[in-house]
Design a binder for this molecule. Structure first.
Ligand code: DOR
Length: 454
């Protein structure tokens, strides 16, 4: 099995370089990178139309390559970015328990269409992923029905109930990549301290959903001018920030790697920035919806804009973009949270929190960050590849000789209108329906296999 990606603008997000290169994939691994790959191709030159003997293959000529090496597939990547396979470290796959919202099969298909070769799935399933059996189930179903790599997260507490710790060591032994009660905070600070102590021993990060429930209580959107106008109960920025501060203090105490999920406020960015300056082991992520939309989007009472943490103020969006630029925010992750149409058609107060994100993420990153010059293409790609891979200790995120060939091709010129009815995800709950996005994935290659191509 040979695959050649020809003439792409290959991004190395680590040293922030872009070079026009060819990439040769053999048996699922990256076999060669460069402009002179003919030697690595092991071509049968006697079949080549360009002649016999040691005459070099004209590498610009797709027909010549195919003729000389009939088993090869060639993707012409001219004018496109060829980047390490994108990793989304915050996805809700809903299986087991909520298969009407999403399954591992449909969620991974949505990931492939979104350009993601690897996704990290959150444990708020039913039953919750708080024991080896559930993790093993997810791994087996992903193996059978998944089209991209699936990395499960185990819960911090049993049943995500915030009362007793999960069997964290046995979850680690089963291969979880992190611990989180995502969807809910760990309210008890002592329990969180112990979770961090164990996580540090196990050399895994704790991903914290930062929300102080008494402050957030029954809130439905960001607390501010718009919530007052709309008469909807607000969730203050402080509900997130007091927990970010607490968890940073606990990370400092325990030495645990703390990763803050979906930061949404200027205050959270400032807390993380200060913690990083002090050398505390903290990283964080932002979602495309939080760096794109403000709470004004809720003005129509459209439940598609209901998400937790809520869409924040303009000043928060500006601070999130600044945090991305200066490196305070390490990762862009979607918090892909599919819900059924029936649930999202309920009135705003009753509809569940969450929006899908896998199939709009790259388009939003390019349209809202790269094209306006907030991030360079290398910076944006780093936040979706090598950075999440490092946080989770995954041997992924770079295109290197010998590495598994997880690769995404992005066309920076391609424009498309978001049509939720065409999503591979079962979830159609997006506030971006009808938006025109520029800069989109066009091919997703996992372990050398083309899992999706436009
Ligand atoms: O909006 C959200 N939806 N935020 C979360 O933290 C959880 C997620 C879900 O699981 O639906």
């Amino acid at each position: 099995m040979k695959l050649l990606l020809k003439d792409g603008n290959v991004i190395n997000p680590l040293n922030k370089t872009i070079n026009i290169q060819d990439i040769l994939i053999v048996d699922g691994k990256v076999a060669a990178i460069g402009r002179e790959l003919a030697a690595s191709l092991d071509l049968d030159l006697s079949r080549s139309t360009s002649g016999t003997g040691f005459q070099p293959v004209v590498f610009n000529d797709e027909e010549t390559i195919k003729d000389a090496c009939p088993t090869i597939s060639v993707i012409n990547a001219k004018g496109k970015y060829v980047v390490p396979g994108l990793i989304d470290m915050h996805v809700h796959l809903r299986e087991p328990g909520f298969e009407e919202k999403e399954t591992i099969a449909t969620g991974t298909q949505a990931a492939a269409r979104g350009g993601f070769t690897g996704i990290v799935c959150m444990p708020n399933t039913e039953p919750p992923a708080d024991n080896q059996a559930v993790i093993s189930f997810i791994q087996q179903v992903a193996q059978k029905t998944g089209v991209v790599n699936v990395f499960p997260v185990g819960t911090i507490t049993q049943g995500r109930a915030g009362k007793e710790l999960s069997e964290m060591a046995s979850l680690a032994a089963q291969g979880v990549v992190a611990f989180s009660d995502d969807g809910a905070p760990v309210v008890n600070a002592k329990l969180m301290r112990h979770a961090m102590e164990y996580a540090k021993m196990l050399d895994l990060p704790v991903i914290s959903h930062c929300e102080e429930p008494a402050l957030a209580a029954q809130g439905m959107m960001h607390e501010g001018f718009t919530s007052t106008m709309l008469g909807l109960k607000g969730i203050p920025a402080a509900a997130e920030e007091v927990m970010v501060a607490r968890d940073i203090i606990l990370a400092n105490l325990t030495g645990c790697h703390l990763h803050i999920a979906h930061v949404s406020t200027a205050g959270s960015v400032e807390l993380v920035r200060a913690a990083k300056e002090k050398g505390i082991k903290v990283t964080c992520e932002v979602t495309p919806h939080h760096f794109t939309l403000t709470d004004e989007a809720v003005s129509s009472y459209d439940p598609q804009t209901k998400v937790n943490p809520p869409l924040r103020s303009k000043a928060d969006v500006v601070a999130l973009q600044a945090g991305l630029k200066d490196g305070t925010i390490d990762v862009i992750a979607t918090d892909h949270a599919p819900h059924t149409q029936e649930e999202k058609e309920l009135e705003f107060e009753l509809a569940p929190f969450g929006m899908v994100g896998l199939e709009t993420a790259v388009g939003l990153v390019w349209t809202k960050l790269v094209i306006p010059g907030i991030l360079t293409s290398c910076e944006a790609v780093a936040k979706m590849t090598v950075n999440p891979a490092r946080i989770l200790n995954l041997k992924k995120g770079l295109i290197e000789i010998g590495a598994e060939a997880d690769i995404t091709v992005i066309d920076p010129e391609l424009t498309c209108v978001v049509k939720p009815e065409e999503f591979a995800s079962k979830g159609r709950n997006t506030p971006f329906s009808g938006w025109s996005l520029k800069g989109l994935p066009v091919a997703t290659i996992v372990g050398g296999e083309v899992k999706w191509i436009k």
